[in-house]
Write a protein of this length. Structure first.
Length: 484
């Protein structure tokens, strides 16, 4: 039995432990959908899977609370599947292994899935508790939030009946989020005819060990992007060793800062040692430029069998130039909230091999005009390399409402329970609130949660002592929801 089952409150931790046993990477949520339906049946609440693949649950009001406003508790069922380079974990079949260290819950070599498994566990706790007092409660557990908010985007109108939305996907205890950035997926592609490899040697260059991180919450921390650091090396190698590009694979999730990239270069045999020296020079440069941020940088070469085909020179040079020129990171802070990022882009994924090149970016902004600006800027960058760009998965930002009734109730309860004032702010990370609000504009909305750090990385960890106060706040708020 996992040691986290003994933590308090049991209503959250036992459900979260159960969730860790169910594979639920984005794009493969069938098992967790059935798990949630079976749970609802077992505890005696209404539940169904909607046409978008979301799980909806409904729990009637406690007797005497029928006239309260209806609350929608919302979280997402999927998790980001990242693992350490030496991990053999299969996210589609294997449970997450957890352990406790220094007051935090971690996973062994993988992401933990507390984003947003803790939100789902809290919803499960509310649904199964027979002693809580509350008005009517709905739950919406969405599909594939991490890869494009597909469940929220495909949410049917008229399915929900709530007056208040409490999103349980924020990641800092004591902070209430009342606004978030919108986002858009940018995918640039190119097909090319490979040419025969006439070089004498081939070397695989690997960059790994970077911190990576959440491309919304941590984009402003100055962390290295593996694709951007790799292109610096590749450009030098082409210029100084006559290297030719055979393949490039970097990053694996749009909303995660890439921590690893690999390229295969073909080159004259007498230039192999020069390439190795360039890689070592670049490793030292990264450690110097990112001192205090990146501590475990690995940048190394290994000689490999010659690939049969290469990227044609002109296309290779255009791709390298476009990747070098592509903006990555913060573009602008919010002028009225200068500590919050307004607009950013994450050069997330590069795949070049066998006649196909694909570059995938997630751009975010709390302003629609700036989101359009950055998307057009990136499209223009890659069009100069002859690439075709598709914009997809766009979702709008969530405008803050500092006069929100549910916000003021939560602030009051938080002050009563902790003796402190809560923090209220907008986040750069995208939340499903904006999408849900576009379909249900009358809802009063706030986002909250306990503390977890480094989501979307293998360093993801959950602060144990924030679970109980989060649960007490949530249950007290449900009991004090105002009348209709």
């Amino acid at each position: 039995m996992s040691e986290i089952r003994n933590l308090q409150p049991a209503a959250i931790w036992q459900n979260f432990d159960d969730l860790t046993q169910i594979p639920r990477p984005s794009g493969h949520v069938e098992k967790v959908q059935q798990f949630l339906l079976d749970f609802a049946k077992r505890v005696g609440v209404e539940a169904f899977k909607d046409p978008a693949g979301n799980i909806v649950m409904r729990k009637p009001a406690t007797p005497g609370y029928e006239n309260r406003k209806t609350v929608l508790l919302q979280a997402h069922m999927d998790m980001v599947p990242q693992k350490a380079p030496d991990s053999t974990h299969n996210f589609e079949t294997d449970p997450i292994e957890t352990y406790i260290e220094d007051g935090w819950v971690h996973a062994k070599g993988t992401t933990l899935g507390s984003d947003d498994g803790m939100g789902v566990a809290a919803i499960m706790g509310i649904m199964e508790d027979k002693n809580l007092k509350h008005g009517p409660v709905e739950a919406l557990i969405t599909r594939d939030e991490e890869t494009g908010m597909y469940g929220a985007n495909e949410l049917p109108e008229g399915e929900l009946h709530s007056d208040i939305l409490m999103n349980l996907d924020s990641e800092l205890w004591g902070k209430f989020v009342i606004g978030s950035a919108g986002g858009i997926d940018i995918t640039s592609t190119l097909e090319y005819k490979p040419v025969d490899n006439d070089q004498e040697a081939a070397v695989k260059v690997t960059l790994k060990g970077l911190r990576g991180g959440h491309s919304g919450l941590e984009i402003n921390e100055g962390r290295a992007n593996a694709n951007k650091e790799m292109v610096r090396l590749v450009r030098k190698a082409v210029a100084e060793t006559d290297a030719r590009l055979a393949s490039w694979h970097g990053g694996n999730m749009r909303n995660a800062i890439p921590f690893k990239a690999e390229v295969v270069l073909a080159l004259p045999k007498e230039e192999v040692e020069t390439l190795k020296s360039l890689v070592e020079e670049q490793r030292i440069a990264i450690e110097d430029e990112f001192r205090g941020i990146e501590k475990d940088v690995e940048f190394f070469t290994e000689e490999v069998d010659k690939p049969a085909e290469l990227v044609p020179v002109e296309i290779q040079d255009n791709l390298i130039d476009a990747i070098f020129a592509c903006h990555n990171g913060v573009i602008r802070m919010i002028p009225s909230y200068p500590e919050v990022v307004e607009t950013s882009s994450n050069l997330a994924i590069i795949d070049i091999e066998a006649g196909k090149a694909a570059i995938k970016i997630l751009a975010r902004s709390s302003r629609e005009d700036m989101k359009e600006y950055v998307a057009t800027m990136l499209e223009s960058c890659f069009s100069m390399a002859g690439m075709k760009t598709e914009l997809s998965g766009s979702y709008g930002g969530w405008d803050p409402n500092p006069d929100s009734e549910i916000l003021n109730l939560l602030k009051k309860i938080y002050k009563e329970q902790t003796g402190q004032e809560a923090t209220v702010q907008a986040d750069h990370a995208g939340l499903e609130c904006s999408v849900i609000l576009s379909k249900y504009p009358g809802m009063d909305v706030v986002s909250l949660g306990p503390t977890l750090l480094s989501p979307h990385t293998t360093s993801e960890r959950f602060k144990i002592d924030t679970a109980e106060p989060f649960w007490k706040l949530l249950t007290a708020a449900l009991e004090q929801i105002p009348e209709k």
